[in-house]
Design a protein around this ligand. Structure first.
Ligand SMILES: *Cc1c(COP(=O)(O)O)cnc(C)c1O
Length: 453
């Protein structure tokens, strides 16, 4: 291929490539990735277009088993419940259900999606601050486990219990101080200020709900295993208080999700290999906190709703360089065919960025812009890359968590998603959108119909 002329520029070599932790850990762009699980990048793009989300079934199952083993080897009664909002593509959920995960949903839409996939009601955990009463009625009828978020929901559930003439089993969501700030105190009942106890009193007084579980989810991308230790101890202590004072039996302690993936949080210097504790460290802290605070012979079910840690590293995005620019301040910039419209998590992370082939030339600091006409559409602003010709593919990872649920349709179609199976087979799991997906529900009043005559 003919080498492209690059106008020479002078850019300042920053001693900042070294920082107080040692050598630079900035995303470094000479990494080459020609394939994903043995399937060439070019082949994937040729068949499914660019941008393209690619999921690896092998990595997904491996990661799940790693997380599962970390806990089941340390505690005898564990359930994993897949956090739908992290990635609710049917194929991803089906893989995790086949591994034994139940479904954790936070809206009536997610509830319906799990049911449509064939998950029975009893295998669904229904969380979230907004559960319309119709969906509560369905969930109770179908035997789902419901974790109550606020006092109004206690009343709603009692109403459902009356209507159906049953006593409803339910859990309550707690929020608490575990040393993680800002504290997520907007969900559930606060433990320290007595609100959680008031909720239990209220439930006991109503006599229509049987409290069987405690739930808590302290945040996401938690880098501090000790936070979970605090969470578990507080939950167990509260469980026994509820049992002793109110006669309920707490059958499950659901500690939510929040474990980090090997992603690089913006503002964190250390590479993920150093900044992110292993899942074994989390499991060890959690299991020992449980075993040391539970009464002898009592093994309530430990429920984990890990999302990000399981799916993030199974996901890649292939994107293509559409144009390059030299910014007035001298920095190099590229326009890509994927931006924050499909990479919502770019606001928080510096993804690993790999190039599909060797590219000669010096590395320089670059900005990666997406295709939107919005100033905030920046995929990365500090990546060191060689001069990339138009058409170069970049492979961004990990992007498996929260992108294919939070992506937005704004001005462009959402791209296709493919799954690479364990034998290397490539299957489409979500088609690229077209105009009909977007206009299908629009209605144009007859009187506004145009005729350009
Ligand atoms: C989002 C969420 C999860 C999953 O969180 P991760 O940080 O992805 O592990 C689990 N439980 C609840 C209630 C959630 O809202």
């Amino acid at each position: 291929m003919k080498k492209r002329y690059e106008k020479p520029v002078i850019f300042k070599l920053k001693t900042g490539l070294m920082n107080k932790f040692g050598k630079s850990t900035l995303p470094y762009g000479r990494r080459v990735r020609r394939e994903i699980d043995g399937v060439p990048i070019e082949e994937l793009v040729k068949e499914f277009g660019s941008p393209l989300f690619v999921f690896s079934e092998k990595r997904l199952r491996q990661k799940f088993r790693e997380v599962k083993n970390a806990f089941t080897l340390r505690y005898p009664n564990v359930e994993f419940s897949w956090s739908y909002k992290t990635n609710y593509l049917d194929a991803i959920c089906a893989i995790l259900h086949s591994e034994g995960e139940t479904a954790e949903v936070v809206s009536e839409f997610e509830y319906e999606k799990a049911r449509r996939l064939g998950v029975p009601g009893e295998k669904i955990i229904y969380n979230g601050p907004y559960k319309p009463i119709d969906s509560l009625r369905t969930a109770v009828k179908e035997g789902a486990r419901i974790n109550i978020d606020h006092f109004e929901e206690i009343s709603d559930l009692e109403k459902v219990a009356d209507e159906l003439g049953v006593k409803v089993k339910a859990g309550i969501r707690l929020n608490m101080d575990t040393g993680i700030y800002p504290q997520w105190s907007r969900f559930g009942f606060n433990l320290e200020n007595g609100q959680a106890l008031d909720a239990v009193k209220r439930i006991a007084a109503g006599g229509k709900i049987e409290l069987v579980g405690l739930h808590c989810h302290i945040g996401t991308f938690i880098l501090e295993p000790s936070a979970y230790e605090k969470e578990v101890k507080k939950m167990v202590e509260f469980a026994y208080r509820v049992e002793d004072e109110f006669g309920f039996k707490i059958e499950y302690i659901d500690i939510g999700g929040g474990f980090p993936s090997r992603n690089r949080l913006r503002g964190v210097y250390l590479p993920p290999e150093l900044a992110v504790p292993t899942i074994d460290e989390f499991a060890e802290r959690i299991a020992s906190a449980l075993l040391s605070s539970l009464r002898p012979g009592d093994y309530p079910k430990l429920i984990l709703e890990s999302g990000r840690a399981i799916v993030d590293e199974a996901g890649f995005l292939i994107t293509t360089v559409h144009a390059s620019k030299r910014m007035p301040d001298g920095r190099k910039a590229y326009v890509l065919d994927a931006g924050v419209n499909v990479l919502f998590t770019a606001f928080w992370y510096h993804f690993k960025i790999e190039v599909d082939k060797e590219v000669a030339g010096p590395l320089e600091p670059c900005i990666l812009y997406g295709p939107l006409c919005m100033n905030i559409d920046v995929v990365d602003d500090t990546v060191y890359l060689p001069p990339l010709p138009r058409g170069t593919r970049l492979i961004l990872s990990p992007v498996g968590a929260y992108n294919v649920t939070q992506w937005m349709q704004f001005i462009r179609y959402r791209p296709a998603v493919v799954l690479i199976g364990e034998k290397g087979e490539v299957e489409l799991i979500r088609e690229r959108e077209d105009l009909s997906d977007i206009v299908g529900r629009e209605r144009l009043p007859e009187r506004l119909r145009l005729s350009w005559e």
